[in-house]
Design a protein around this ligand. Structure first.
Ligand code: FES
Length: 174
């Protein structure tokens, strides 16, 4: 056997020896009883305030009403779209509310009555208010934050939460 072959043979034996050790170790780990988990991770739950935004009587079809939720630093808009939409509340299923801070870089957005969209003057992102704030154009990388609403027996429109992160926040409720 040449010197070169001896070196190759030694390397093969070393490799096989290590492989056997690794297999034995894996078998020992597999045979060991599973240790019980010591701690369960806490759920990331946020409790939203319940806040009255307006009364149904305050709304006119396709006329935006400025609001703030979940606090005064979070501007939004309340809309009676005039057409029943997914997630809409009220007797006609057409009342929705959104944050008006653009999810891209937080510019304040404006409502366009002709196509029922919220529009950003910063870099021109656009969001469809009839489709849950779906982004239809621009730089933003998430849909618009929509408020969860309920209408009580008096016609008061109550906000109860938000479905996306509001721009500039690590948590919608700080
Ligand atoms: Fe709205 Fe950039 S801030 S698109």
């Amino acid at each position: 056997m040449s010197g070169c072959n001896k070196v190759a043979e030694a390397g093969r034996r070393f490799f096989l020896g290590r492989g056997a050790l690794a297999a034995a170790g894996a078998a020992a780990v597999a045979a060991a009883p599973a240790a019980p988990a010591r701690a369960a991770p806490a759920l990331a739950q946020v409790t939203y305030p319940r806040a009255k935004l307006a009364n149904i009587r305050d709304l006119k079809p396709n006329e935006p009403l400025d609001i703030a939720y979940p606090d005064a630093d979070s501007p939004g808009v309340l809309l009676k779209l005039g057409t029943r939409v997914e997630g809409g509340v009220g007797p006609d299923g057409d009342v929705v509310a959104y944050s008006t801070l653009c999810p891209h870089k937080g510019y304040p957005m404006f409502y366009r009555t002709d196509d029922r969209t919220l529009n950003c003057p910063g870099h021109y992102s656009r969001f469809d208010c009839e489709k849950g704030g779906l982004q239809i154009w621009g730089h933003a990388t998430q849909n618009l934050a929509q408020y969860r609403l309920q209408v009580d027996g008096n016609g008061d429109i109550q906000a109860e939460g938000v479905d996306e992160l509001i721009y500039g926040r690590h948590s919608n409720v700080l």
